[in-house]
Design a binder for this molecule. Structure first.
Ligand code: NAD
Ligand code: AHE
Ligand code: ZN
Ligand code: ZN
Length: 370
């Protein structure tokens, strides 16, 4: 079939709207009509050329929601008409990762997904016979896309696509990092570096679990009012306290250091600050932000010797097919706020404006409506 997509033909160029050819679903695959997709900073990370796994031409986008249009042979858990959220972290429920309660990183389709291909090693997308790569197993910047059955969470049919698409990445990543990865306890002190689409969800997760003090760190003071609405109790602007004094400012505010910190920027310098602002003996720092090719983190090993813990979180530690439908329920029951975080919507034709808004720091989430 033909469909409309925003194609990244080359790194660091605007996306181009094009008609692309999409082959139907093969064994174990599902054709989905995407109804809405968020634009996450990771899409920009890859578009810009910073992603070591980035390949072009590709159809980016990984924060979508839509409806099953067709299923390939052997598909059992989904049928035409089901409402779904694509998962960049699949959940096969049988690989050694899925069977290990310590991780959510199902590896069943990860190798081919990283090569921009379906599990059989081919692409379903093409233009004039030339293959276009998939992205993160999702490619939600296409009105229609094909995914493995294990890369789709079935969700309730009364959930609005234009809101719950955000659960496909940002909401789950932020809230999940708090509840599944760090398992933050009530009464904790929490520091959030970066008050964007991920950081604000970390804040909402920290408030949900009863954190006492939630300190936000951002260079952009325009993020403060929404962060406070979501539960931030204190704010530090590195340009006001001095970029080299952020750790001390947090230590002073937290009686010796934070119980938990979350890096939601993707900057290796703030990753170091996020570790070093944690409390001696028990503070844990969770890296969520993704850093560009060639970047490395560093700290004095003594920081770890003296009890601080450095860890990371992908998709909030969530198991998509199991946890995403529950998070959709939380939204529908009013337990989490998504609406206030979706600051802009636009048709596919204007998708580059969503990237401009992100660069300008004037959006939290832009959502493309098909
Ligand atoms: P965003 O652009 O919405 O937010 C980033 C925020 O960081 C902005 O508010 C910006 O002002 C702030 N910032 C930038 N540089 C700063 C600095 N030096 N000091 C303080 N604040 C600074 O981005 P997002 O969509 O929230 O994504 C955040 C990061 O998380 C990105 O790196 C993204 O790729 C990553 N991410 C990771 C996962 C995962 O599963 N690990 C999932 C989604 C996103
Ligand atoms: N491809 C990059 C890393 C990108 C990355 O870390 N992706 C996160 C999700 S970001 C969503 O917005 C992730 O889930 N990683 C685990 C995985 O298996 O990809 C690189 O550095 O190569
Ligand atoms: Zn994302
Ligand atoms: Zn698996």
């Amino acid at each position: 079939m033909d469909t409309r997509a925003a194609v990244a033909f080359q790194a660091d160029q605007p996306l181009e709207i094009a008609t692309v050819q999409l082959d139907g679903p093969r064994e174990g695959e599902v054709l989905v009509e995407i109804k809405a997709t968020g634009i996450c900073h990771t899409d920009e990370f890859t578009r810009s050329g910073a992603d070591p796994e980035g390949i072009f031409p590709a159809i980016l986008g990984h924060e979508g929601a839509g409806v099953v249009v067709d299923v390939g042979p052997g598909v059992k858990s989904l049928k035409k008409g089901d409402h779904v959220i694509p998962l960049y972290t699949a959940e096969c429920r049988e690989c050694e990762y899925c069977l290990n309660p310590k991780t959510n990183l199902c590896q069943k389709v990860r190798a081919t997904q990283g090569q921009g291909l379906m599990p059989d090693g081919t692409s379903r997308f093409s233009i004039d016979g030339k293959p276009i790569f998939h992205y993160m197993g999702c490619s939600t910047f296409s009105n229609h896309t094909v995914l493995p059955e294990i890369s789709l969470a079935r969700i309730r049919e009364d959930a609005p696509f234009d809101k719950v698409c955000y659960i496909g990445c940002g909401v789950t990543t932020g809230i999940g990092a708090v509840i599944y990865t760090a398992k933050v306890e009530p009464g904790s002190t929490v520091v959030v570096f970066g008050l964007g689409g991920i950081g604000l969800n970390v804040i909402q997760g920290a408030r949900m679990v009863g954190a006492d003090k939630i300190i936000g760190v951002d260079l952009n003071p325009a993020k403060v009012p929404l962060a406070r609405k979501f539960g931030m109790t204190d704010f530090i602007n590195p340009d006001e306290v001095g970029r080299d004094k952020v750790v001390q400012a947090i230590v002073d505010l937290t009686n010796g250091g934070a119980d938990y910190s979350f890096e939601c920027i993707g900057n290796v310098h703030t990753m170091r600050q996020a570790l070093e602002c944690c409390h001696k003996g028990w503070g844990e720092s969770v890296i969520i932000g993704v850093a560009g090719a060639g970047q490395e983190i560093s700290t004095r090993p003594f920081q770890l010797v003296t009890g601080r813990v450095w860890r990371g979180s992908a998709f909030g530690g969530a198991r998509g097919r199991t946890d995403v439908p529950k998070i959709v329920d939380w939204y529908m029951e009013g337990k989490i706020n998504i609406d206030d975080l979706i600051t802009h919507t636009m048709p596919l034709e204007d998708i580059n404006k969503g990237f401009d808004l992100m660069h300008a720091g004037s959006s939290i989430r832009s959502v493309v409506l098909y």
